[in-house]
Ligand binder design. Structure first.
Ligand SMILES: *Cc1c(COP(=O)(O)O)cnc(C)c1O
Length: 360
């Protein structure tokens, strides 16, 4: 039986993927040269599609790296001489912060308990901060930072560069690109693709910072410094042999998203989130993982469960539905349900019905 995965990464593949994979095989995409014209048009198709989908302004660059984890490291290496600031409220935001520490920078963190988050007004950001790192959707706990709060951070700290990890929420959030300097994601979350490709969107201020650091003689890396990436990106190429296969598939799925329309995707996301949260609100077995309703994620629905998550998952998996477990030490105490574009309203309805049947 083919199962529907409600796991938050890797996640359910987008339904059109089989036909795109067949096309990739037919076109021998796994074998073409990454220095040839065919690859350049694949690269351009994917980035043009993303620009349309996310309304990315012309003066922002779109770069392909191996994963969001790599992008964390490149951000710190390329853009921090000494001082970074991080909002930490779960495992992913914590890891981003730790990268800065491990790379020898002075990293300052604002900490929030697991399951809670941040309002701009509460942040004490030191004046010498060069970059502010925000996690729009903390996938481990299901807490979001509303875009309206991200925008307020900028108005208080206009000099610092703002980097937004939106790995498990893009394309849902509607970012104001005049306010953020960079945002990034991996394709195995909301784009419903196999893992192994990270997408980094950044503006001229970020590029200027990386160039200024190099000019000062600071070592910022090798093949994936920002100038090295850009020197190839201008010709729709990458410094290394990239994940051509996944860039092709991303271009195809983005085309599907654009045909459907971003407004429809966002509306369906809202509908499914409401269905799931309404169910949690009435359940006697499950409760909200995030107390503050304003900070509950749109794309990663987290619930506390009084029945160990392993049992819940086993019961549902027998019916072809696979919710995610809690993260790390919350593994058995919580379940996480992906609300990504690959999951239909009908899929979400089926999951809720199964949960209701077993755990009224
Ligand atoms: C999954 C995830 C990452 C890491 O993505 P990789 O593709 O594994 O590098 C980073 N940040 C968040 C918020 C995530 O959910």
């Amino acid at each position: 039986m083919s199962k529907t995965f409600f796991t938050v990464g890797p996640s359910q593949l987008y339904p059109t993927l089989p036909q795109h994979i067949q096309e990739a095989l037919d076109k021998q995409i796994g074998t073409i040269s990454h220095r040839g014209k065919q690859f350049q048009s694949i690269y351009k198709h994917a980035t043009d599609g993303l620009r349309t989908l996310l309304s990315i302004p012309e003066d922002f660059e779109i770069l392909f790296l191996s994963s969001a984890t790599e992008i964390w490291e490149r951000i710190i290496e390329n853009c921090v001489e000494q001082h970074s600031f991080h909002c930490v409220n779960g495992s992913f935001s914590k890891r981003f912060y730790e990268f800065s520490v491990e790379l020898g920078k002075t990293a300052v963190q604002a900490k929030a308990e697991f399951g809670s988050g941040f309002y701009a007004a509460d942040l004490q950001i030191p004046s010498q901060t060069e970059i502010i790192c925000l996690t729009q959707n903390e996938t481990s706990s299901g807490v979001k930072m509303p875009v309206s709060e991200i925008n307020k951070v900028k108005s208080k700290h206009s000099e610092a560069l703002i980097f937004v990890d939106a790995v498990s929420s893009i394309p849902y959030p509607q970012f104001d690109f005049s306010v953020i300097d960079s945002v990034f994601f991996s394709v195995q979350k909301c784009f419903g693709l196999p893992a192994g490709l990270g997408v980094w969107i950044l503006n001229k201020r970020v590029i200027a910072k990386a160039e200024a650091m190099l000019a000062k003689g600071i070592k910022t890396g090798t093949y994936h410094t920002i100038p090295s990436l850009l020197s190839k990106a201008k010709d729709f190429q990458t410094p290394e042999t990239p994940n051509v296969w996944n860039i092709f598939l991303l271009g195809k799925v983005v085309e599907d998203f654009n045909k459907k329309g971003i407004e429809v995707i966002r509306k369906e996301t809202d509908t499914k989130a409401k269905m799931l949260y309404d169910f949690l609100g009435k359940s006697s077995v499950f409760t909200y993982g995030v107390t503050d309703a304003a900070l509950r994620s749109d794309t990663t629905i987290v619930a506390n469960t009084s029945v160990p998550s392993g049992e819940v998952i086993k019961k549902l998996e027998a019916e072809g539905l696979v919710p995610g477990s809690g993260y790390s030490s919350y593994k058995e105490k919580q379940i996480r349900i992906a609300n990504f574009p690959a999951i239909s309203i009908q899929d979400t309805e089926s999951l809720i019905q199964a949960l209701q049947k077993h755990y009224a």
